[in-house]
Write a new protein. Sequence first.
Length: 91
Amino acid sequence: KTFHGRHASELTREEKKQAARMINLIEEKINRGHTRENPVLRGRSVFNGKIQQGMYTKEETASSTCSHDAFFLTSLVDISQKRDVAITDIK
């Protein structure tokens, strides 16, 4: 099952009460060679899932994982077909 975003104006009052809260945090880093004149901004989003606890089963919300072998084989196909591939690190 795929979840899609909906505009707040499309939601009923009850749906708005059950909606999850997302907090966006932005912080200024001035360590590791960065100064107040040359800072680095770091941002992250925090999801408060407590509101939706019990609404969905574990099977509905669990993300499938990929084995190393499957990832490696998929990468080989991408290379052989000269596909553009982007990789990101999410912690």
